[in-house]
Design a protein around this ligand. Structure first.
Ligand SMILES: NC(=[NH2+])NCCC[C@H](N)C(=O)O
Ligand SMILES: [Mn+2]
Ligand SMILES: [Mn+2]
Length: 301
């Protein structure tokens, strides 16, 4: 496997959703041993520290359609700049969340280099809501919509104006909680979604192969993995704010990461939604680091 030079960026933001604590995710993932794990495979990794915002505990604005918009914008702007600068040094960006709203900044930063980027969205949710369709007003349910140019223009135009990724370059894997507005958008744009149904029916190997074939068919110039720990069954990852039963297993997730690694297509990754307050003895961060092991080329033999 190719030796990478990885830049790890923590984003301690929990204001894209309503349950506090996911801002401590980067710290939990560090304690779970990410640096040693990745170095043992033979990669070089630099910890760039955290991007954070000093919002105190007051922030949540409960009846807004875009909760904590100001803080989410500010944090994502900083993240997009950081990702852009890491790419200029030819490093592999590895982003630790934080809630999933940080994908807005990640994808904006990545879009400065990759003009036809593929995205694998490994998640129980589609995160395709806009402020108009969201049942919660939580921005962590909106990052994919924002990145294809839908929703509030302050979010859509973050870092660079307009669309950052093409809807046909998105593959969602593991979905099992999709809101009605998201369902309409998926149908309207023909976004590829492999729900739990397809994973159960065809198996993870077939699903991942189809996902990668689809992206290769589109001649993508890079592939970003955005992995929300709630894609896994809460049995394995209890430390997430929006758990949904009936999820992907631990083994299936390792298999998915191994197939991504074998493809050699992944050019950046983020692991989000680890909430240590809701977790059991850092189990969820441990799973995140184990999956990073497989993604970066750890082998059983
Ligand atoms: N990244 C996540 N965990 N997103 C959960 C989104 C839940 C729901 N669809 C919403 O919009 O509020
Ligand atoms: Mn999710
Ligand atoms: Mn998500």
């Amino acid at each position: 496997m190719k030796k990478l030079s990885i830049s790890m960026i923590g984003v301690s933001l929990d204001l894209g959703q309503s349950r506090r604590g996911v801002d401590m995710g980067p710290s939990a993932i560090r304690y779970a041993g990410v640096v040693d794990r990745v170095e043992a495979i033979g990669h070089q990794i630099t910890d760039e520290g955290d991007i954070h915002i000093n919002a105190g505990l007051q922030a949540e604005n409960s009846d807004s359609k875009l909760k904590n918009l100001k803080e989410v914008l500010e944090t994502n702007k900083k993240l997009a700049e950081k990702v852009e600068s890491v790419l200029k040094e030819d490093k592999f960006p590895l982003i630790l969340g934080g809630d999933h709203s940080i994908a807005i900044g990640t994808l904006a930063g990545l879009s400065t280099k990759y003009k036809n980027m593929g995205v694998i969205w490994y998640d129980a949710h589609a995160d395709l809501n806009t402020d108009e369709t969201s049942p919660s007003g939580n921005i962590h349910g909106m990052p994919l919509a924002v990145s294809i140019g839908r929703g509030d223009e302050r979010l859509v135009n973050l870092h660079r104006d307009g669309q950052k990724i093409k809807p046909q370059n998105i593959v969602i894997i593991g979905a099992r909680s999709i809101d009605s507005g998201e369902r309409l958008l998926i149908k309207e744009l023909g976004i590829q979604v492999y729900t739990m149904h397809e994973i159960d029916k065809y198996g993870m190997t077939t699903v991942m192969q189809k996902a990668l074939q689809h992206l290769e068919g589109n001649q993508v110039d890079g592939v970003h993995l955005s992995l929300d720990l709630d894609a896994l069954d809460p049995l394995y990852t209890p430390g997430v704010g929006t758990p949904v039963p009936g999820g992907v297993s631990y083994r299936e997730s390792h298999l998915a990461m191994e197939i991504l690694e074998e493809s050699g297509l992944i050019t950046s990754a983020e692991f989000v939604e680890v909430n240590p307050i809701l977790d059991e003895r850092n189990k969820t961060a441990d799973v995140a680091v184990a999956l990073m092991g497989s993604l970066f080329g750890e082998k059983l033999l």
